[in-house]
Design a protein. Structure first.
Length: 360
């Protein structure tokens, strides 16, 4: 797998005009959210996912600055890293890259700065097969970036600098952005861009009958009720679920009660990512669907695993798989993700996921 790297820039050069990449969009076929179920054995290269309506991801794009360390520094302590490199990341870009690598047509709506980090992220998205018709280069704002402290056990701690992800968005999204949203098969959102942007996107999708998945990762502030009203599937991890619900999530029973609280907030489906314990989908009025984790032989880096899971679930769902099948497909994708360093570079391709499923 090719890994994109760049040196750490010390100076940024900004243009004075805002640029958006535009190309003529191919016709997008409509597809109902509820489609017949198929066996995963049929999900292969003989069926052409390019005829499915696209996944549209609206969200963040970062340059992830990786430092490999044996342990986190104590207060006031300085440590030397074993290595350092910069890779493409950001929850939105990760999910878009994952969807595209799974051979599903994917568009990304986001912002980068006119700098080296922006070029890195744009190149990674393009090489991953993501369509960048609605990627905007914002003048005088740096590309979002993050410092990822990766420990030898594969666990990480991350500090995010918002940059163009949090600044420079128009108060009203352009019509061509919203038109793209209304033609999607499914829309993926996260919380690393302003809430008002997510609200506009989710409302446009709801009005067009397009399902919306909101990854709860990102900002730790309260979720706006207006946003939740337009979300079909909320996808938190255990920590995010506890914050949203105000309830403990240490046991499965507690997680189920916290998901019920989310139903009361207006979200009909709650997809909870449980790390090495797997995942669970709570649909209002139905029995929870649990999916055990598919354990990796070696965990190298957990960065991007949640994004991989969410995107793979969405791809399987929009291609007509059942919820249970979609959970299994997502678990396989996440298993492969954690075996490679980096967020975007670790996203698996479709064949690798299907091969893993066939071995289970």
């Amino acid at each position: 797998m090719t890994t994109l790297m760049t040196t750490f820039p010390t100076h940024h050069s900004y243009s004075h005009t805002q640029t958006t990449f535009h190309t003529t969009l191919p016709p997008i076929q409509s597809l109902s959210f509820r489609t017949p179920n198929h066996n995963f054995r049929l999900l292969c290269f003989s069926s052409d996912p390019s005829y499915s309506p696209p996944v549209v991801v609206v969200g963040s794009a970062n340059a992830d600055i990786y430092v490999e360390i044996d342990r986190l520094p104590l207060e006031g302590e300085t440590l030397s890293a074993k290595s350092g490199e910069t890779l493409a990341g950001g929850k939105g870009a990760n999910q878009a890259t994952c969807s595209a690598k799974l051979s599903h047509p994917t568009y990304f709506i986001g912002q980068v700065g006119d700098d080296a980090f922006g070029s890195l992220v744009t190149g990674a998205l393009r090489s991953g097969g993501v369509r960048l018709d609605s990627l905007t280069v914002v003048p005088s704002v740096p590309t979002g970036h993050a410092v990822v402290m990766l420990q030898s056990n594969g666990q990480n701690s991350i500090i995010i600098i918002g940059g163009a992800n949090s600044s420079g968005w128009p108060s009203s999204l352009p019509h061509h952005h919203l038109d793209l949203v209304t033609q999607a098969g499914i829309v993926l959102l996260q919380r690393e861009i302003p809430d008002y942007v997510n609200v506009q996107v989710a409302q446009a999708a709801r009005n067009a009958g397009v399902p919306v998945v909101l990854d709860a990762g990102g900002m730790d502030g309260p979720l706006p009720p207006q946003l939740l009203n337009f979300v079909d599937i909320l996808s938190p991890n255990e920590t995010e679920l506890a914050r949203i619900s105000g309830m403990p999530t240490e046991s499965f029973e507690q997680i189920a009660q916290a998901a019920l609280k989310c139903h009361e907030l207006g979200v009909k489906q709650v997809l909870v990512k449980l790390g090495h314990k797997g995942s669970a989908l709570f649909v209002e009025g139905e029995k929870p669907i649990q999916q055990p984790a598919i354990l990796a032989k070696t965990v190298v880096d957990t960065t991007g695993a949640g994004d991989t899971f969410t995107a793979a679930f969405a791809v399987a769902l929009v291609e007509g798989k059942s919820r249970k099948e979609s959970l299994r497909f997502a678990a396989a994708a996440a298993c492969l993700c954690v075996q490679v360093k980096g967020a975007s570079p670790s996203m698996p391709d479709r064949k690798s996921v299907l091969d893993l499923l066939n071995r289970q």
